[in-house]
Design a protein around this ligand. Structure first.
Ligand code: SF4
Length: 213
């Protein structure tokens, strides 16, 4: 085999890389544009954004979770036979996601990302949901990648943060305001805001209403 062939084969073959995994599960997407869609979720462990109202605080540390390889994760995703695979966290961009997305792509799986964008962007995705948080500012590499902006709203100040972020994403981005679950009054705040700001839509955490993951 000549050296050029060997290099190009190496570039195409997915690397065997391990990631700390909180859980994988098969459910329906609960939020945003793809609400109600059959999805296999891969939840990576580790997050340094530390939102005070986070509903995944157990995912902040990566130390207590088992490592799973790209091969294991790709095989589990394929076995579930979902419409799409959603890589979430934690904050998945704490890791280089390229080996994982390459392994999923090799199996012709559709791959989505959910991220706060707080770390440099990596990987190849069919859809990127960007949920920026003021507690750790997004890295500039995220903005050109976004398909959907989803801002969690707990109070009026968060609406200013949402507008600030909306100016930085591509113009065709679908923009959502999502009530923070523990601040039910934010639903009314968002309802009234959207009546006066028609570029926004409301996203609800339908999986929580359904009582599923
Ligand atoms: S970015 Fe997500 S996982 Fe991290 S603290 Fe905020 S809500 Fe929780």
């Amino acid at each position: 085999m000549n050296s050029l062939a060997s290099v190009s084969k190496k570039a195409i073959a997915p690397q065997l890389v391990n990631y700390p995994i909180v859980e994988t599960f098969h459910s329906l997407q609960g939020e945003g544009t793809w609400t109600g869609t059959n999805a296999f979720f891969i939840r990576l462990a580790g997050c340094d954004v530390h939102c005070p109202w986070c509903d995944q605080k157990e995912s902040w540390t990566s130390k207590t979770y088992p490592q799973q390889s790209t091969k294991m994760l790709a095989e589990a995703s394929q076995k579930a036979n979902p419409f799409m695979v959603v890589i979430t966290g934690g904050e998945p961009l704490m890791y280089d996601l390229s080996p994982l997305t390459k392994a999923l792509e090799k199996l012709r799986l559709r791959v989505h990302l959910e991220t706060s964008g707080a770390h440099p962007f990596s990987g190849e995705f069919d859809w990127v949901t960007f949920s920026p948080k003021p507690f750790k500012l997004p890295h500039k590499s995220i903005y050109s990648q976004v398909n959907e902006l989803k801002v969690v709203i707990a109070n009026e100040e968060d609406l200013n943060w949402a507008e600030e972020q909306a100016k930085k994403v591509p113009p065709e981005t679908i923009k959502y305001l999502q009530p923070e679950w523990n601040h039910p009054e934010s639903k009314d705040l968002i309802f009234d805001y959207i009546l006066n700001h028609s570029q926004w839509r409301m996203s609800l955490q339908t999986h929580k209403f359904l009582g599923v993951r």
